[in-house]
Design a protein around this ligand. Structure first.
Ligand SMILES: Cc1cc2nc3c(=O)[nH]c(=O)nc-3n(C[C@H](O)[C@H](O)[C@H](O)COP(=O)(O)O)c2cc1C
Length: 140
């Protein structure tokens, strides 16, 4: 089983979260790549069993949360991932609010169901995140 994790980070927190998710998946025996949206290999993404897409939360702190334009441009150029197990992740300061909904909206038509949504304030992986990830990759 293999996983592709692709993140968009401005100041490094979402990159840290992506790397921690990747490190955990590897401990579960999943061959995992971690790349920024600029580095991502779209062909490898389309071939992966599992794809996790992340972006920092951009908004007016308590309302209007959305992925940034770089992530939106990336999402709109994705290949068809409808047969791939898909999860989303974000980092934030106060509230993720409409963030996951907006991410799903940008992906509509190119992906199937979103099976996992993970959020972290500081990019660290909690016990709850580890359990959710194990369940996510276990349910195939
Ligand atoms: C312009 C701007 C808008 C933000 N809007 C929100 C927001 O609406 N809600 C929130 O909880 N955090 C918000 N944040 C905080 C970031 O989402 C948070 O610091 C995130 O972890 C940054 O990720 P990065 O280090 O990967 O860039 C905002 C930060 C910036 C710079």
């Amino acid at each position: 089983m293999n996983a592709a994790i692709v993140y968009r980070s401005r100041t490094g927190t979402t990159r840290r979260f992506a790397e921690e998710i990747g490190a955990h998946l590897r401990t579960l025996g999943v061959e995992t790549s971690v790349a920024s949206v600029g580095e991502a290999d779209r062909t490898a993404m389309a071939a992966a069993d599992v794809v996790l897409l992340g972006c920092w939360t951009n908004g007016l702190m308590v309302v209007g949360q959305h992925p940034d334009q770089t992530w939106i441009d990336f999402a709109r150029a994705l290949p068809d991932l409808s047969g791939t197990k898909l999860g989303l992740f974000t980092t934030y300061r106060i509230l993720t609010g409409s963030m996951f909904g907006r991410m799903r909206r940008e992906l509509r038509g190119r992906v199937g169901a979103v099976d996992l949504e993970l959020k972290s304030r500081d990019g660290s992986l909690s016990e709850e995140h580890r359990t959710a990830l194990a369940r996510f990759v276990g349910e195939r």
